[in-house]
Design a protein around this ligand. Structure first.
Ligand code: NAD
Length: 289
């Protein structure tokens, strides 16, 4: 069994991004600028936004974190987004999800200028992924594909199973695996006899948000297991994944740990997306990235 070291792989990607940032600064006299908006004090969001700011610092990207009150109206949030859209000094805009009740995430995402959509959630970018036209890729699925590549795992011809069909992880990673020529099955809460499906997987991506739900008896020997979950272990209250590492790891050829797997890679891909947005804007290239 090999542990896929997301920390080490993401460190390499961040070093590459840092080099790109230096080149951009030499050419244009400024670094890329990522604006992150957080609404309210959701504890997980506070940590995620802080980690994003730290990563920016590491690679030399300018970061502005805007914190809005929990009671901010949708209109005020949309105004903030529009202001950042119009600001030529801002290259990337990220609104941390989830948003407080009463604010439409859909409206907010639609409002972000697609050329600054570093999360790849704007309908234009989603359509680009599904129609194979130029687009910004969502960070977590992009990071998963890079983890597979860095581990020498080629999805071509393999049976890949994805647990989860969310817009931000399950569906886009399924499409990316399909584009990498895997034969893909997507499982969800209504899937009948999940273990029989997961046992057929040569690559298993788990993004269900259920602590340790995949156990050793659900995977076949030699499977490559990517654990996207960021959960709390109900017994210890510590961070854990959707995969029960202790029973699954002995069966797996490769496995990502939690923490230290998909999480750091997601942030490194956000840095790469920000650099790409800045490059496209500053090079005056086509805004469709
Ligand atoms: P979500 O709640 O939007 O979607 C979960 C999906 O899993 C749903 O499609 C649902 O049908 C499926 N599912 C849930 N329980 C299931 C079960 N028992 N059997 C089969 N399918 C089941 O979640 P999400 O936003 O896609 O996130 C999934 C997990 O990944 C969460 O733990 C989240 O915190 C984590 N996450 C991590 C990162 C990262 O960077 N590491 C990024 C995004 C999400």
């Amino acid at each position: 069994m090999n542990i896929i070291d997301g920390k080490a792989i993401s460190a390499k990607l961040k070093a590459k991004v840092a080099e790109g940032v230096r080149e951009l600064r030499e050419k244009y006299g400024r670094e890329p600028h990522l604006a992150v908006i957080r609404v309210g004090e959701d504890p997980a969001s506070v940590v995620y936004v802080r980690n994003k700011a730290r990563a920016c610092e590491e690679v030399g990207i300018k970061n502005t974190t805007i914190v809005l009150d929990e009671k901010t109206s949708e209109e005020d949030l949309l105004l903030t987004v529009r202001r950042l859209n119009a600001d030529d000094g801002v290259d990337g805009i990220l609104v941390q999800l989830p948003l407080p009740e009463g604010i439409s995430e859909e409206k907010v995402i639609d409002t972000i200028d697609r050329s600054k959509d570093v999360d790849g959630f704007h309908p234009y970018n989603v359509a680009g992924l599904w129609q194979k036209t130029p687009h910004m890729s969502p960070c977590t699925p992009k990071g998963i594909m890079k983890l597979l590549e860095a581990s020498g795992v080629d999805p071509k011809g393999k049976r890949a199973v994805v647990i989860g069909r969310s817009n931000i992880v399950g569906l886009p990673v399924a499409k990316m695996l399909l584009d990498a020529n895997a034969t893909v099955t997507v499982c969800h809460t209504r899937t009948v006899d999940l273990p029989s499906v997961t046992r057929s997987a040569e690559i298993l991506v788990v993004a269900a948000g259920k602590a340790k739900m995949v156990t050793g008896d659900m995977v076949s020997p030699g499977c490559v297991v990517i654990d996207v979950g960021m959960d709390r272990d109900p017994e210890t209250n510590k961070l854990c994944g959707d995969v029960d590492f202790d029973t699954v790891a002995p069966e797996a050829a490769f496995i990502t740990p939690v923490p230290g797997g998909v999480g750091p890679m997601t942030i490194a891909c956000l840095m790469e997306n920000t650099l790409e947005c800045a490059r496209a804007r500053l090079d005056g290239a086509d805004r469709s990235l």
